[in-house]
Design a protein around this ligand. Structure first.
Ligand code: GYE
Length: 333
């Protein structure tokens, strides 16, 4: 390859560059009263801090958000926090520094957000919560929360079990694989499930531990459950991935999943639906990850200063084995 000679830039070139830089600077300042860095062409910049890539649900959620941003012509700055709150706080501070127009994030845990949310508010950058909520008492720290009703998902899972075991005469031993400790879906699914199964005193949770919403976590914790508890009748896993991991532990212990142990999960991602259709799972409460299009609509609205509802709930359903067989061919994620 021919080596190129480089010349120092001439004064004229430097002057032109400086003028161009100045012009951009002025344009950015002119825009600052909208609180953000959107370009002259009106492009909205969205800073999004994602929880991580812990599950099939999360992967589908990330794809939905990226695709919807492209579709809506929104400039997306995406950050993956690898399931760590400190990384999310760092990402949000970066977004504030970069003067994005809107910040959205899915908080890994519920507590500890007030300080950074206050910083965003002071910088006049609107914040949207997606998927998971925060427990801040000050609701003015964010514009809206778009996501599922996790308590309801837990309740639906519990109600199905109450129905299934209605004629049980002895104790039905349940083990529970919780999601990430301190996360809204783990707290709420646990709560909803416990409330529902209280209807039948035979239904007892004999062990409950976090598998961090991952397959590896589900497998490892289920192995411990199986060692410590000679009689396990039911597994309630807070997501499909932990249930899928647990399948391996159950099979390795010489038990038949879906028969010896009834398995109930949440999410209804493709792999979970496949396990349900194959008779390895028994019931799934759906949780939709396809939040992208609704999120982009909200981004546009809050950026335009329009008011939005404080809470937008995702529409969901439940699946039995028969329903999974029917739905599977058209399942998108
Ligand atoms: O159920 C789980 C994921 O926050 C609703 O997070 C989400 C949950 C989902 O890891 O699979």
């Amino acid at each position: 390859m021919k080596r190129m000679r480089t010349y120092p830039p001439s004064r004229k070139v430097i002057a032109v560059l400086a003028a161009a830089l100045l012009a951009t600077g002025v344009a950015a300042c002119g825009n600052s009263d909208t609180g953000g860095s959107g370009g002259d062409d009106g492009t909205i910049t969205l800073g999004f801090s994602q929880v991580g890539a812990e599950s099939g649900w999360r992967t589908a959620n990330t794809t939905s958000i990226k695709e919807a941003a492209t579709e809506a012509g929104i400039d997306l700055k995406f950050d993956d926090a690898q399931q760590k709150q400190e990384n999310q706080i760092k990402a949000i501070r970066n977004f504030i520094q970069q003067k994005v127009d809107v910040i959205a994030f899915s908080p890994v845990v519920e507590s500890g957000w007030d300080t950074v949310l206050k910083e965003a508010k002071d910088a006049k950058i609107p914040v949207i919560l997606t998927d998971r909520s925060v427990d801040s008492a000050d609701k003015s720290l964010y514009k809206t929360f778009l996501g599922s009703d996790f308590v309801k998902e837990g309740r639906l899972a519990g109600e199905w079990l109450v129905q299934k075991e209605q004629s049980a005469t002895g104790p039905v031993n349940i083990v529970e694989l919780q999601g990430t400790t301190g996360s809204a879906p783990a707290n709420d699914r646990k709560k909803g499930f416990a409330e529902a199964i209280a209807a039948n005193p035979n239904l007892k949770i004999v062990a409950s531990q976090s598998g961090d919403f991952t397959r590896a976590g589900g497998k490892q914790v289920m192995e411990q459950f199986l060692k410590a508890n000679p009689k396990i009748d039911v597994l309630f896993a807070h997501n499909d991935d932990m249930g899928l991991g647990a399948l391996e532990a159950i099979t390795a212990a010489g038990k038949v999943p879906g028969k010896d142990i009834t398995i109930i999960t949440v999410d209804a991602v493709k792999d979970g639906m496949q396990a349900l259709a194959d008779g390895k799972f028994n019931f799934i409460a759906e949780c939709s990850p396809l939040l992208g299009p609704q999120l982009m609509d909200l981004v546009k609205k809050v950026h335009a200063g329009e008011s939005v509802p404080a809470r937008i709930e995702t529409q969901e359903t439940t699946f039995t084995q028969e329903q999974a067989k029917e739905a599977l061919p058209n399942r998108k994620y």
